[in-house]
Structure formats: C-alpha cells, structure tokens
Design a protein around this ligand. Structure first.
Ligand code: EPZ
Length: 436
C-alpha cells in the first residue's frame, strides 16, 4: 500500500484545475445501464472508484471505452485532464453485482434501480458497514418497492424482481437522518422508465441529483422539480444514449479552498461552481478566509489569522459532511474553540485521533467535536481511514512542522484525482512512496 510523505510549511500559490465530480459520475455511470445506444460522458475523473464502477457496469453487459486525453475538445471550458468515456450496453441478460466489487464501493448500490427498471431483475450484494458508519440501504429498497419491485435477501444479496413494469406512485423518501442522495437517484432512475407518474417527496437536493436528472432528461426522461425536495417524473418507454458533461467536483474544490487557507496561501481554482459551495464559502469567510469568484474560477487567500466557528453538517445546501474532516483540520489552528457537529454520519470522526497525534486538541462528545485551536501542528505518522478523513490529514500535513507520513492512501486515490501532482504544482512538498 502506498503512502504520502508531506513536508509541511510551504505556502501554496498557483492554479489548480478542478476535476469532474466523483459522486456525480458514479450514479451516472450506473444510469447508463438504462440507455439504448451510446452515451458519451465528459469530465469523468480518473479515480479508483470510477474504475470499480466501470468494471461493475462492464460485468453487467456494458462496453466502456475511455478516449485519450488529446482527443478531448479543448474549445469547451472544463477539465482537459481526461478523455471522454463511451458507454454502450451490449448485453441485457446480466443482472448481478458481485460482492467483490460492492464491498470496495458502496455506490455499487446505484445499479439496483436501473437494473430493475430496464431488465426486471437485480441481484446486488448487500453493502456492509464502512469506516464512516452503518450506512443502510433500506430507503433505496423501500422506494423501489413502492414502484412495485419485490425483494428478498439471499446469501448476502438483495434480490429484486419486477413483474411486468414498474408503476409510478406518490411517495415519501426521507429517513431519520434526512434525505438520501444515492437513494433519491436510484428511485428517480427507476421511475424514469416506470409506467405513469412518480412524485418523490423528501428528495435530496444535492447537485449530484440534479446532474443525474439532467443526464436522464437528455436521454429522453420527463423529470421536473429536480434540485428541490419534490421531484416529478413521468415515465417513458425508453431512454436513448446522449452526451453529457459531469459537473465540477464541489468536494475537491472545497478541499483545495481549505488547502489555500491552512497554508496561508493564494490559490486560483479553475472550473468550479461556487454556487454548489455556498455554505462552505459562508463558514470559510467567517473563519477569515478571503474568497473571490470570477465566472467559473475562484480565488482563495488567507492571512492565516483564523477565527473559530460553529459548524453543523447538513443535507444540501447545508455544509457537506464530505468536507467536515478538512474543515476540522483548519479549525485545529484557529484562535480559540470551534464546535463541529456531524448530523449526516454521526460516527464520522476517525480523523480526530489522527489529528490529535499531529498536535491537534480535539475532544469528541457524541456526534460533536470540540476543537481547541493550537499554535502549530507537528508532523507524525498517521493512518488514512476513509477518503475525506485522509484529505483532512493531507491538509494538516501541509502546514505541520516536519514530515507527516500518511499510510493507506488508497482511500485518497478513490476520490482525489492526481492530488499529489496538483498540490506539488502549487508548491507543496508531497511525495508518493510506493510499497515495495
Ligand atoms: C452520498 O452517499 C455520497 N456518496 C457520500 O460521499 C456523502 O457523504 C453522502 O451522500 C451524504 O452527502 C456518493 O455520492 C457516492 P445518503 P449516500 O444516503 O447517498 C442514511 C464520499 O466521501 N440512510 O445521502 O450513500 C445514511 O445512513 C462519500 O465521497 C439511511 O438511513 O448517503 C445517512 O445517515 C462518503 N437509509 C443519511 O441517510 C438509506 O437507505 C444520508 O446518507 C440510505 C441512507
């Protein structure tokens, strides 16, 4: 397993190109299972999770082809790092998502709705718990049941079947922790091919839901209200392949905004949508970070006198749970006590112990962390536990005195495209150490 060695203390200065959104691309790849003909996706980042999803839909009968980067149309605004992906369904008889893939990536559950709607059958291994909590899929199953799918569990798999065609209905999709992002997408995808109208009340409003709805509409789906808690879907008989560009990754963008802030640096972040980061901008400005936007570019700078804040993670448009660990790393250096509360995944605090090993003073009380600011962080050997926790440790390493070694960085490779290259290009001393 590879590690990162980071020598802290450099101010970051320069330009970073933000990649396409991982969390948008993953369910969109699954939605391609429903289309007839070729779909071309632009801006799909090169990440291990994308490789896993490509493999999964490949096993489900899709031909997936990645063009070379130099074939990208450079006249359009957007990341030019990656070639487009072409996806064409060539075999509709396959319906099983194996445990081997599902266990590495929970987003595999996104094939459930598309398979049931298009092929009438789905066998998907039940995703287990993960480092950020239990993460049940009951809301996905309940929503699809309301559309008429029947489920049973068999040898660790969810087995779903549809007699005839799914039927649209009026349903509430929220859960105890609020709306579900991938659950909304799963049910929305299935409803796009159901008979009649479906109304999803309590739907997630995240930009990734909106992006998937836009893709489905290009494929011929009739969807209204996406981006609001009530989505209306009029089922159609078929969906046809289309061309689509994935939205910028708001979590990668937020992570680099915090990288500028924590290193007292100055970064120009290209190809972002700051509208997707309104709560993050609000909190960072409160901390004392300077943020300016010009169309799709954001300029972030900080004089590193950081004011402590209170922050609670919430469904969109609230502060995203996927940036909680990174903000906490920044607040470790604020001038006083900050309070961070996690409302989406109450156990998502594995980074606390590691930040403390680096000199942070963070105390956990239930789903809240009390962060007492310190004057400096120190380099240490730490362990990446999940994707965003690891990003928090990279940020802390960039400012820590001495060298930080982060082990198990395969977690970071799941969601940050070429992170060490992007950070090195703006002045960070970060090096990947390959496992011998
Ligand atoms: C998506 O996961 C993201 N993953 C997560 O990002 C992100 O943290 C999360 O949304 C919240 O924003 C992808 O897009 C691939 P949820 P998802 O269903 O959709 C509970 C990252 O680091 N719930 O919106 O699986 C759940 O336990 C990842 O990139 C149920 O109770 O999250 C949580 O408390 C990590 N039953 C809440 O809902 C269900 O059936 C919201 O989770 C489903 C969810």
């Amino acid at each position: 397993m590879d590690s990162f060695l980071i020598r802290g203390g450099n101010r970051l200065k320069g330009t970073i190109e933000i990649s396409g959104s991982k969390n948008s691309a993953l369910p969109i790849l699954a939605a391609c299972l429903m289309a007839e003909g070729k779909t071309t996706l632009k801006g799909v980042p090169r990440l291990s999770d994308i490789d896993s999803m490509s493999k999964l839909i490949g096993e489900l009968g899709c031909h997936v082809y990645r063009h070379d980067p130099d074939e990208v149309d450079r006249s359009v605004d957007g990341p030019v790092l990656d070639g487009p992906l072409d996806i064409t369904v060539t075999d509709e008889s396959l319906c099983e998502a194996r445990y081997d893939i599902v266990k590495t990536m929970r987003a595999s559950i996104c094939v459930l709705g598309p398979l049931l709607a298009k092929r009438g059958k789905a066998i998907v291994s039940i995703p287990g718990g993960c480092a950020i909590g239990d993460r049940p899929v009951d809301l996905h199953v309940r929503g699809l049941q309301k559309l008429g799918a029947q489920f049973r569990t068999e040898n660790g798999n969810i087995v779903g079947e549809v007699r005839g065609r799914l039927k649209g209905c009026h349903m509430y999709l929220g859960g105890a922790q609020g709306p579900t992002v991938l659950g909304t997408i799963n049910v929305m995808c299935a409803a796009a091919l159901a008979e009649g109208e479906t109304v999803l009340v309590g739907a997630a409003c995240e930009p990734e839901v909106l992006d998937c709805a836009e893709l489905l509409i290009k494929m011929g789906a009739k969807i209204k209200g996406h981006g609001t808690p009530e989505i209306r879907i009029e089922g159609v008989d078929k969906l046809t392949g289309c061309e689509h560009r994935i939205i910028p990754d708001r979590i990668e963008c937020g992570t680099f905004m915090i990288a500028a802030a924590i290193t007292n640096g100055e970064l120009e972040l290209r190809h972002c949508n700051l509208d997707h980061l309104i709560a993050v901008t609000d909190r960072l400005e409160e901390v004392g970070v300077h943020i300016e936007r010009q169309n799709g570019t954001v300029f972030v700078s900080s004089s590193r006198r950081l004011t402590p804040v209170e922050m609670t993670t919430q469904p969109y448009p609230g502060f995203p749970t996927d940036l909680q660990a990174q903000l906490m790393a920044l607040l470790c250096l604020a001038d006083g006590i900050s309070v961070v509360t996690e409302r989406i995944f109450p156990d998502r605090f594995l980074h606390v112990g590691e930040l403390n090993r680096m000199g942070g003073r963070v105390r956990k009380e239930g789903a809240t962390a009390i962060v007492q600011g310190v004057k400096e962080m120190q380099g240490a050997s730490v362990m990446a536990s999940d994707l965003r926790a690891s990003a928090g440790l990279v940020l802390a390493g960039l400012v820590a005195k001495g060298t930080t070694r982060i082990d198990r960085i395969y977690h970071i490779d799941r969601g940050y495209e070429k992170i060490e290259q992007k950070l090195s290009a703006v002045g960070a001393q970060i090096e990947r150490v390959k496992e011998k």
